[in-house]
Write a protein that binds this ligand. Structure first.
Ligand code: GL2
Length: 813
């Protein structure tokens, strides 16, 4: 938008008065931030209203992205960038004696997600707006997002994430758009003329209240909506009679039992606990979301039979899979359609993304639990299952009972959500090429055989405007100076950088930018933790959820082996290295928490040992989230993407690091393979087992971790050090980790890949010493990262799954 510095200042001063009723010089940073947020909302409001009006008038097909998690992080800087008023606002504030950086720090991350899955949903919101696709998010407004992680005595300790404590300036509460969601009760049947009808009666009603956040496109005047639902008591009253009798707690019991639905985000990444409250959450937002879609649809004045020509619904993993029976319920019970027509509409509307093959993450619910909580929905699932099994009997001519049993939606008293999602949708996609292949040939093979055309791949993507433009402004400016600003809208243009691959001046400039970012991070680490790290050392980072399959313990075991080498020979000639870890563990995941303790214990020992002459440092940065990632990633030299091959569906951190010029140290897993294909094998450092080898070992059981440990001194030494008193921690502290490696035969092949990983690390050291070589690799990674922009991913979803023809909006503000 067009805005001059003086116009901004005038608007801002008025906003300060309006929001805080104080003189600007008396206001606190929080008041200044809120005033800026309110002003931005003013600027955005017109665009938002215009976007919605255009969608309505043009009857554009709308897509609704249902996700349990939206990990959006902060909004202020993204919104300034996308309105292209960042520099104007920064200058205007400066003239008023206010620092934009300080205000940006006041904003609290909206951390309503665990990791990759939730962050992807947030990136897709931005990408849909930026590519002018009419796409909206539908999720839950958790009062507490993912817990705050603190490290106390080396352990992870969880604290509540009270992100709403200072209000959330970006959201609009829309009580007039509230809907009712029904739980429990029973279903009565009756005849209406010749038709059998179903009535859900004696239910518990919960009021779902939407909060809308505008999602701005980049310089295109499009503003879509992220709608998050909050649970409220139906009349928002308490039991007055009870209260008058002095029963204060029980007077509020009902209110609390409703509000608890949206109180907290389950803190598990790729793991399901099967708790009733979680099932409630899932139905709550799906039902509320679909009801509000119907309200919008009804305003279009189009016959119900054309519903799927105007509406696409995408389900992000199986968490919103109840969209299938809920849409059926509304079409059957409220719209009066027959089963076949309702089923046709439902399956043409809904599409599903699978995000993991980890069996512990595949959702299933006890049928009895579902029947009690959602009686009508469960009846519909029963009928979907019955019809599906009938069709399978036809396909397999009654010959393969076992296969039919395994494919059923309801098996052994459990409702399998992935099966429901596949049967009830027209598209099933994986999130990286390898992942999709594994789905087709292994995990979901039987479904692929009967529905080959449903399956497709959509490799994940990232918000390049956030991870490059916002997080790394110096690199952005420099790149712009070299190749122009086309990459901001069309990041594939970054490839133009390749012509500078051997240009020493460019290499040096890129080195200097990285070095400055490293200095900034070193300063941050020193301020936070008092640990001095050398910005000339290799910054080697592993930042992601802590999980055995992601193998942070492989990384730290190598650090230990490097330390042993330095102890044996303090003059060993290696480039100094700093290993930086960050990531949260699920609170109930014991081994992952012990891995954190192992990292912090090794860090303490190494950082306090002066005999190794600062050649090695280890840091664990607490409370990893979008904001911390934005500080870390621009300063990385090495990006650790070392999951056991086949386990990481895609990964997206890998793409963010490469875009900032880090070299990926990788197994051939998830999107690492596609990164390798883009940059070439010379510009990535590979190691470890391949997926087929992993599968073979699982199948033939020929891997013996204990034997490997006994016959490989390098492995034996570091494993023993975990439990023989070498580390300054109780001897039994790390026994569970050693147990997983030896007694339980190293499920994730940490020991099997150890030597190959150490070799790869050695190669990293050699390459880093050859500065032109390293910088050439680094530049190649930046140049080839553009294809991983979520803009391209989302365009593929839109054209091949949602069937949306996009048309940029052309009004000006
Ligand atoms: C995940 C995958 O583990 C991860 O590899 C992938 O990049 C993201 C986004 O597709 O999805 N699956 C999952 O359940 N979580 C993930 O991060 N939580």
């Amino acid at each position: 938008m067009k805005l001059s510095v003086s116009e901004f200042k005038e608007d801002y001063i008025a906003a300060i008065k309006g929001t805080s009723a104080r003189q600007i010089e008396d206001t606190t940073p929080l008041e200044r931030y809120n005033a800026l947020g309110e002003l931005m909302k003013d600027y955005i409001g017109n665009l938002w209203a215009n976007t919605n009006k255009t969608y309505r008038e043009e009857h554009s097909k709308q897509v609704y992205y249902f996700s349990m998690e939206f990990l959006t992080g902060k909004f202020l800087e993204n919104n300034l960038t996308n309105l292209s008023i960042y520099d104007v606002v920064e200058q205007g504030l400066k003239e008023l004696g206010i620092s934009l950086d300080v205000l940006a720090e006041v904003e609290v991350d909206q951390g309503l997600g665990n990791g990759g899955l939730g962050r992807l949903a947030a990136c897709f919101m931005d990408a849909m707006s930026s590519t002018s696709i009419p796409g909206h998010g539908c999720g839950i407004r958790y009062k507490n997002g993912l817990f705050e992680q603190r490290i106390i005595d080396g352990y992870q300790v969880e604290f509540p994430d009270r992100w709403l404590v200072n209000n959330n300036v970006w959201e609009y509460k829309r009580p007039n758009k509230a809907v009712i969601v029904k739980f429990n009760g029973r279903v009565d049947t009756y005849m209406d003329g010749d038709t059998l009808k179903f009535a859900h009666v004696d239910y518990d009603a919960v009021r779902a209240v939407p909060y809308d956040t505008p999602i701005l496109g980049f310089e295109n005047n499009t503003v879509n909506t992220l709608r998050l639902w909050s649970a409220e008591e139906i009349d928002d009253i308490f039991d007055f009679e009870n209260f008058s009798r002095g029963n204060y707690l029980s007077a509020f019991e009902k209110k609390h039992s409703v509000e608890i639905i949206t109180q907290i985000l389950y803190p598990n990444d790729a793991y399901e606990e099967g708790k009733l409250l979680r099932l409630k959450q899932e139905y709550f937002f799906v039902s509320a979301g679909i009801q509000s879609i119907f309200t919008t649809f009804k305003k279009m004045g189009v016959p119900i039979e054309q519903f799927s020509e105007h509406i696409a619904m995408h389900i992000n993993d199986t968490h919103p899979a109840l969209a299938v029976p809920e849409l059926m319920r509304i079409l059957l019970d409220e719209e009066g359609l027959d089963w076949d027509m309702a089923w046709k509409i439902t399956t043409s509307c809904i599409s599903y993304t699978n995000h993991t093959i980890m069996s512990e993450a595949l959702e299933k619910w006890p049928h009895f639990m579902m029947r009690d909580l959602l009686p009508r929905i469960t009846m519909i699932i029963d009928e979907i299952n019955r019809r599906f099994i009938e069709s399978l009997k036809y396909v397999y001519l009654y010959t393969d009972e076992e296969k039919i049993h395994n494919m059923a939606i309801i098996k052994d008293g459990m409702v399998k959500m992935a099966h429901l999602a596949i049967v009830g949708s027209h598209s099933v996609n994986g999130v990286a090429k390898l992942h999709t292949e594994i789905l087709k040939t292994k995990e979901l093979k039987d479904f692929y055989n009967i529905y080959p055309t449903k399956f497709n791949n959509k490799t994940n993507g990232i918000m390049h405007r956030h991870w490059l433009l916002n997080a790394n402004p110096d690199l952005t400016d420099y790149v712009e100076g070299l190749i122009g600003d086309g990459f901001k809208k069309n990041p594939i243009v970054l490839r133009d950088l390749l012509k500078y691959r051997d240009d020493k001046v460019v290499q040096n400039a890129l080195f200097d930018i990285k070095h400055k970012n490293k200095e900034n991070l070193a300063k941050f680490i020193y301020e936070k933790q008092g640990v001095k790290i050398d910005p000339y050392s290799i910054f080697d980072m592993q930042a992601k959820r802590i999980h055995e399959y992601k193998r942070q313990h492989l990384n730290i075991l190598h650090v230990l082996s490097l330390y042993n080498k330095l102890k044996a020979n303090p003059n060993l000639d290696i480039p100094p290295r700093t290993f930086i870890f960050a990531g949260k563990s699920a609170p109930s995941y014991y081994v992952a928490k012990q891995i954190i303790k192992l990292i912090t214990t090794v860090a303490d020992m190494i950082n306090n040992d002066t005999s190794i002459k600062n050649k090695l440092k280890v840091v664990f940065l607490p409370n990893y989230g979008v904001s911390l990632a934005s500080k870390m990633i621009p300063a990385a030299d090495v990006s650790e993407q070392i999951s056991t091959a086949s386990k990481e569906a895609s990964g997206t951190g890998n793409m963010k690091f490469m875009m900032n010029g880090a070299i990926t140290l990788a197994t051939l897993d998830g999107a690492n393979i596609e990164i390798m294909n883009e940059v070439g094998e010379n510009n990535i450092v590979l190691f470890g087992l391949k997926d087929q080898e992993v599968f073979k070992y699982y199948q033939d059981g020929s891997y013996n971790a204990y034997e490997l440990y006994n016959t490989t001194p390098a492995i034996k030494q570091v494993v023993d050090q975990l439990v023989n008193g070498f580390l300054p921690a109780a001897k039994e502290e790390f026994a569970p980790i050693v147990d997983r490696l030896l007694r339980f035969n190293d499920e994730f092949f940490v020991l099997k890949d150890f030597e190959s990983y150490c070799d790869a690390q050695e190669r990293i050291g050699l390459y880093y010493r050859d500065k032109p070589h390293w910088m050439k690799m680094s530049l190649t990674n930046i140049a080839c990262s553009g294809v991983f922009s979520a803009d391209y991913t989302i365009e593929k979803y839109a054209s091949s799954i949602w069937n949306i023809n996009r048309k940029p909006l052309d009004f000006k503000l």
